[in-house]
Design a protein around this ligand. Structure first.
Ligand code: FAD
Ligand code: EGU
Length: 471
């Protein structure tokens, strides 16, 4: 194999621009294939950095992301450093907590530390002798004609680099993508949502987690929403989502407490009133953007992956997972087309664009839906209905989040199935419930129901059904 021409001709240079989550993982994928891989990253080496600034502290890792990690032999390591979340824990305004499982016993997502994941992936990439990591290299510009890239160093000097393939993994504000924008027939859309997010840390109490650790904690309050994911150091990272307008209305420590008292009262003693007053003003709220574009490639020279190709709003917990899946999809196409970039790149665009656009749309849809009318009761109700229908017809009806989170069903197919299921369910409901509605509405009009009384029997029924199912 060593001296064979295939092996020899393979020594093409792949430049991965961006050493974030997707770039670092992608470096492993290309290195595994024997390419000469060069990673270029603006920031210094985060493994040496004292303070790591950046977006969200922890993330939900699910099936698609795990499969990608498995391809490069990293799944076990990362999973062992994550915290399983078997269910959501819904916090109502009154402080009541209700768990809703993600699925069967073995189905869970993981809370992983972004910085740690990034470090592990960089270290893994470095174990390949054919990989070189170049930190403090900011891509300034590149030429789609020659493939020549210009990097700026912290001292202001520039460096020119050439590669056979350029892989743009430089995030939502991709510098690589700028050259795509100058070209004809490139589609691009970018939308900032009116919400911002702010991260707050909930410290341990008596060296233990302040809340139950193996859950994704959610406080759904229509326009306002908070989510908390556990960390290995027994803290929780709480992420508050709210319109920028509302963030700006709060200008003093007292107003912060007043706001939390109104919407998230159970969290005040857990985060700590003094910490809240202080931390709310530490950093301004961060923006969230959704980016869709196509094609993802230019000739046989350049391809976009991860947020550079598709930034999605975080309301499905899929941004990183989708970016990691990009790497698998590209890798599979490399197999099918014997690493011929001329054929691989267009095929990657053809296959991947519909799926990435589907998850971008789904995430945006979920954002709009949550904002419109999702309070804790509605959230509980909807998830119970989903799970109940799946229980009744386990093959025919699979909840959308299950297909998205726990399978590698192509995103666009998951959406199609979801629309189809909706039709079937609605038709089923129409026929079977028509009679009941007619009879029932008479009773309902006579005795208007209390939503509390409607929901708790549903919950009991659900628990009974779960007990029946798991022997
Ligand atoms: P990035 O992580 O942005 O990395 C890009 C890298 O490129 C950076 O290191 C940057 O320094 C470098 N770079 C940028 N410009 C240049 C340049 N000119 N030259 C060289 N290098 C450059 N996803 C999930 O799957 N699950 C979640 O639970 C989840 N939660 C989220 C919560 C929030 C609040 C947000 C905002 C996002 C969340 N995401 C989640 C999405 C996830 O963060 C992103 O999808 C993921 O980080 C994308 O990885 P990336 O490598 O493509 O981009
Ligand atoms: C948002 C911010 C619950 C991490 C969507 C669920 C998220 C995450 C949900 C963030 C929600 C919303 C799903 C997962 C996950 C749910 C999901 C959202 C992780 C539909 C660190 N979302 N997120 N859906 O089902 O499929 O639990 O910042 F509140 S994980 Cl918005 Cl599964």
């Amino acid at each position: 194999m060593e001296g064979s021409p295939e092996r020899h001709s393979k020594k093409k240079v792949v430049a991965v621009v961006g050493g974030g989550l997707v770039g670092a993982l992608n470096a492993c994928f290309f290195a595994k294939r024997g390419f000469d891989v060069e990673v270029f990253e603006t920031r210094e080496d985060i493994r040496q950095a004292k303070i790591v600034k950046g977006r969200s502290i922890n993330l939900a890792l699910s099936h698609r992301g795990r499969q990608a990690l498995k391809h490069v032999g990293m799944e076990e390591k990362i999973v062992s450093q994550g915290i399983p979340m078997h269910a959501r824990m819904i916090h109502s305004l009154s402080g009541k907590q209700s768990p809703i499982p993600y699925g069967k016993k073995g189905q869970y997502i993981l809370s992983v530390d972004r910085a740690n994941l990034n470090k592990e992936l960089l270290t893994e990439a470095e174990t390949y002798p054919n990989t070189k990591l170049n930190f403090d290299h900011k891509l300034q510009d590149w030429s789609a004609e020659t493939g020549l890239m210009t990097f700026v160093r912290p001292d202001g000097s520039t460096e020119e680099v050439e590669a056979d393939l350029i892989v743009g993994c430089d995030g939502a504000f991709s510098a690589i993508r700028k050259q795509f924008l100058r070209r004809s027939r490139f589609n691009y859309s970018q939308t900032y949502i009116p919400h911002g997010y702010m991260e707050l840390t909930m410290p341990p109490i008596n060296e233990e987690f302040a809340m139950k650790p193996n859950y994704l904690h959610i406080w759904p309050r229509n326009t306002f929403m908070m989510i908390a994911l556990p960390n290995m150091d027994k803290t929780f990272t709480c992420t508050l989502f709210m319109p920028f307008e509302e963030f700006e209305k709060i200008t003093t420590g007292d107003e912060v407490i007043e706001f939390f008292q109104k919407y998230f009262p159970d969290t005040i003693p857990l985060i700590g009133a003094d910490a809240l007053r202080r931390d709310y003003f530490r950093l301004p709220a961060q923006a969230m953007v959704s980016v869709k574009c196509s094609p993802y490639h230019i000739g046989d020279k350049c391809v976009l992956m991860g947020d550079a190709a598709h930034a999605v709003v975080p309301f499905y917990g899929q941004g990183m997972n989708a970016g990691f899946e990009d790497c698998i999809v590209f890798d599979e196409i490399m197999d099918r087309f014997s690493e011929d970039f001329n054929a691989v790149l267009p095929e990657y665009t053809r296959v991947r664009v519909p799926d990435d656009h589907a998850i971008a749309d789904l995430a945006m849809y979920n954002y709009i839906e949550m904002r419109a009318h999702v309070n804790s009761k509605w959230f509980l109700f909807r998830k119970h209905v989903d799970n109940f229908l799946h229980f009744l017809m386990p093959r025919a009806v699979i909840p959308l989040y299950t297909m998205v989170t726990f399978t590698r069903t192509r995103y666009h197919e998951a959406v199609e199935r979801w629309h189809w299921q909706d039709k079937v369910i609605n038709r089923g409901l129409l026929f079977s419930a028509a009679g009941a509605v007619l009879g029932g509405s008479y009773v309902l009009i006579k005795n208007p129901p209390d939503i509390n009384k409607l929901i708790s029997p549903a919950e009991k029924m659900w628990n009974r059904l779960v007990a029946l199912r798991t022997p």
